[in-house]
Design a protein around this ligand. Structure first.
Ligand code: PLP
Ligand code: ZN
Length: 432
């Protein structure tokens, strides 16, 4: 049983048209700007066939435990090894990295909660995914869709992590990946791409230009396109982070979820996962989704403040490269996720992101890249402004691993002390 047994229609977020499955591939034929598609399931039938007890009995800790809600013909484990359901426990062999996406830890952070004066803070560490970011969830689903279609090649444009994730997931199953990243992408992410054997093009331009080039190339050469805010399935992969959070909290949904935002596709996924759970009746209330952007890449914050769904293009610049986006590609869902859940958008400076990185590492034990620590910086900002309720149960999503960007990490923490290899030298520095 997979989500394809239940998938009914795709609905355009702009014109509202519903397209029966099989009639559309990427965006809505209406052709409006940012006319991405929501994937809808027959929730009544799903509710009859699947419940939380059945889920609890599934020993698979990866995102594929939610396959009945995922739009794939077979899940990531069957694809890579053909293992039967239920054969895999935590300590057993795993078929491939593709089979091992998700299932990331949700850590209690009592010292953070205490310092901020709120009831509970939890850190969802998605930097623990196979290639080090939440993007693995989306790339895993799109790689399966490419295989289903018999595509020889999958392509994406990316500020870095989506590409690394796609390259890793494609390598996991022997699919060709063609990647377009801005030439300014951090070295560690480019290293991942090359290491996984992807064909990498460093575009002399912005992410936004790389995005358009990738679309043109996929049409010209018939490659399956994973682009964010274009391929409908990325959100379906990303939503599994919300499914996990709610399951890990025993289906007692948190009051607030904070997430960093660039294109707005992760926040759309966070919201979709919660909406799916509400449709199934598995959660009783909607968490308030709080989006956090860097001040130099704050198009969605500005649109939210102005109460509009139109986002003005900006010249984006921030140390948090993964959320450095001049034209957000999933703006409508990104804004509705916040408006319709009673959440908010928060803007944080690069300095506060750099300060949040060691604070997160030292009070919760999680090392995040700048965009990965941005949601935490947003939490600190809300606390400073006295805008958190002492009774709140809060989840902060860490979207990417700190090892992705060592130069920024070193900027945040400075240098270590050099000593000669003698006890005397150590005593001198210890003695002060
Ligand atoms: C991609 C990414 C984001 C933002 O996701 P969007 O869908 O672009 O909003 C945040 N953090 C990290 C680490 C990312 O890789
Ligand atoms: Zn439409």
């Amino acid at each position: 049983m997979t989500g394809l047994d239940y998938l009914t229609t795709f609905r355009c977020v702009v014109c509202g048209a519903e397209h029966p499955r099989g009639t559309v591939e990427y965006v809505c034929p209406c052709g409006a700007d940012f006319c991405v598609l929501d994937t809808l399931y027959d929730y009544a039938r799903l509710r009859a066939d699947w419940d939380r007890d059945a889920l609890a009995a599934n020993p698979d800790p990866s995102m594929w435990r939610y396959t009945p809600l995922l739009p794939v013909t077979e899940d990531g484990q069957r694809t890579t090894e053909g293992k039967a359901d239920g054969q895999r426990g935590v300590m057993q062999g795993v078929a491939s990295p593709l089979a091992n996406v998700g299932g990331t830890p949700l850590y209690a952070a009592p010292r953070v909660a205490q310092a901020l004066g709120v009831r509970e803070v939890w850190i969802k560490d998605d930097g623990r995914n196979p290639t080090g970011s939440l993007k693995d969830r989306a790339s895993a689903v799109t790689v399966l869709k490419a295989l289903e279609r018999g595509a020889q090649t999958i392509t994406t444009a990316s500020s870095g992590n989506a590409a690394a994730a796609l390259a890793g997931m494609a390598a996991s199953v022997g699919l060709r990946a063609v990647i377009f990243v801005p030439e300014t992408a951090p070295a560690a992410k480019v290293a991942q791409l090359l290491m996984f054997g992807a064909e990498v093009y460093l575009v002399q331009g912005t992410y936004d230009q790389a995005f358009d080039l990738c679309l043109d190339a996929s049409r010209e050469y018939g490659w399956y396109c994973r682009n964010t805010g274009y391929n409908p399935y990325t959100v379906e992969g990303k939503k599994t982070v919300s499914l996990e959070i709610c399951e890990q909290l025993g289906w007692d949904a948190p009051d607030r979820i904070l997430v960093s935002v660039g294109d707005g596709n992760i926040i759309a996924g966070v919201w979709k996962g919660l909406r799916d759970l509400a449709e199934l009746g598995w959660i009783e209330h909607m968490p308030r989704i709080t989006g956090v952007q860097a001040a130099g890449s704050d198009g969605l914050v500005t649109a939210w403040e102005r109460g509009t769904e139109t986002v003005e293009p900006i010249h984006a610049q921030t140390i948090a490269d993964s959320i450095c986006v001049g034209i957000p590609r999933d703006p409508i869902r990104a804004l509705r996720a916040v408006r319709e859940t009673g959440g908010e958008y928060v803007r944080v400076t690069d300095a506060s992101i750099l300060a949040a990185m060691p604070r997160l590492a030292q009070t919760a034990g999680v090392f995040a890249e700048p965009a990965g620590a941005t949601a935490f910086a947003g939490l600190l900002r809300l606390a400073e402004q006295g805008r958190l309720d002492p009774d709140e149960r809060i989840v902060v999503i860490v979207t990417g691993n700190g090892l992705k960007d060592i130069p920024s990490a070193m900027r945040a923490v400075g240098q270590a002390t050099r000593i000669e290899p003698t006890l005397a030298s150590l005593a001198r520095v210890l003695g002060g």
